[in-house]
Write a protein that binds this ligand. Structure first.
Ligand code: BGC
Length: 407
């Protein structure tokens, strides 16, 4: 059995829009009204049922939980902050603390307040300051109850879906040398996205603003609350190859564009790093892998390569998301065991991994794909709101109890 460091954080993650319900004041809710993405509505009603969900997390042995704050609830109008919503999230944090579950807050996980999106969102030059003002406000209000704050969830995935593939708001699809980006294979919806060359340039502009947004937020948070540990949550797809030189070059270029580039610009403004891992691309490898319900190759061991790409930044890392959609729950237990064994291997190879948070605690809204993709350790019946623990969650519980990879 592989042992993890003492005080290792074990748990799961969620994000506000995906589980809370009724986040109507956002760009995603507007896109749903426009018929471009599925409606979210009540979902798991986690906004009112977090106590019940944290009881389940506790029962499953978790000692950490990652969740996000809905920006549109806190700042429903530009510059106006809602103290009742702050009070709500204070209660959420107290509910975790009461159960001895360490909170990890993400300040922004994909959904924007409608007013911010309508005035141009992260395309605007002043967006980093607007974002930093919100982050400083939240950390000042909640910093006594939480030490770990992430600024942005997956900057490149978000910008890529919005400005390259046209699958998420603001639905801008890019064209390069006459070729539309994003596969038209039915794996996502892309309602009304029109491909244009100039969207590539806007993508880079948005990426630049997301770099500045993180740095401005980092500085604002640290000057208000120096003890807070600030991170970015970075999606790292692990690009590798069959070893042929041309494929090795392709893998290196893609690794740089997808994650190295962003990290290079912000790594001096980080206290720790969150890693979201889901996928591998192996250039030159035509093998058929088992597929998850997202039709992604099931490749849990790839977390090792993804974690190693972060070693050079010499920061504590926590796995902020990793998991799979598996409605039948017949792959999840083994997937988790392999994922955790390879996380241990990365620790042995010198990556300072401090925690592992499976995605996701409960079933949720999988963005443009709606609620059919089941990532949860816990099944949610959307009619009755009944929660049912999936068997794989108990395998994870055993691993946690042993603080190691034995199932
Ligand atoms: C996101 C989650 C999403 C998950 C599965 C991550 O990219 O942070 O919001 O549900 O992947 O697709």
């Amino acid at each position: 059995m592989i042992s993890f460091p003492k005080n290792f954080y074990w748990g799961a993650a969620t994000a506000s829009y995906q589980v809370e319900g009724w986040n109507e004041n956002t760009d995603w809710a507007q896109a749903a009204k426009d018929g471009k993405v599925p409606k979210a509505g009540r979902l798991a009603d986690h906004y009112h049922r977090y106590e019940e969900d944290f009881d389940i997390a506790k029962e499953l042995g978790h000692n950490a939980h990652r969740f996000s704050i809905e920006w549109a609830r806190i700042e429903p109008e530009e510059g106006k902050f809602d103290y009742e919503e702050i009070e709500h999230y204070r209660q959420v944090l107290q509910a975790l603390r009461k159960r001895k579950i360490e909170p990890f807050i993400t300040l922004w996980h994909f959904t924007l307040p409608l007013w911010f999106a309508n005035r141009g969102g992260f395309e605007r030059n002043d967006s980093p300051q607007v974002f930093a003002r919100y982050c400083a406000f939240v950390t000042k209000e909640l910093g006594d109850l939480c030490t770990h704050f992430s600024t942005i969830n997956e900057p490149n995935v978000w910008a890529g879906h919005g400005w390259l593939y046209g699958a998420w708001p603001p639905f801008k699809r890019a064209r390069i040398l006459g070729k539309k980006l994003g596969k038209d294979d039915g794996s996502t919806r892309r309602v009304g996205a029109i491909a244009k060359n100039r969207h590539v340039l806007t993508y880079f502009k948005v990426e630049r603003n997301l770099v500045r947004a993180h740095i401005e937020a980092y500085n604002a948070i640290k000057s208000a609350c120096p003890e807070i540990q600030v991170s970015v949550v970075k999606h790292v797809r692990w690009f590798t190859s069959d070893g042929r030189i041309s494929n090795r070059i392709k893998a290196a270029v893609m690794q740089y564009l997808q994650s190295g580039r962003y990290m290079k610009k912000i790594h001096r403004h980080l206290d720790e790093i969150g890693l979201n891992y889901y996928r591998v691309t192996k250039f030159g490898d035509n093998k058929n892998y088992l597929k998850t319900d997202m039709n992604w190759d099931a490749f849990p061991s790839g977390i090792y390569g993804a974690l190693l790409t972060l070693k050079k930044y010499k920061k504590p890392v926590f796995v902020s998301e990793a998991g799979l959609a598996d409605a039948d729950d017949d792959m999840r237990a083994q997937y988790l065991q392999i994922q955790i064994a390879h996380t241990a291997k990365a620790i042995q190879a010198g990556v300072d991994v401090r925690g592992h948070m499976y995605w996701s605690l409960i079933d949720n809204y999988e963005w443009a794909l709606g609620v059919d993709k089941k990532f949860g350790l816990v099944h949610v019946n959307y009619q009755t709101l009944e929660r049912t623990i999936r068997p794989s969650a108990l395998v994870y519980k055993k691993i946690i109890e042993r603080n190691g990879a034995g199932g």
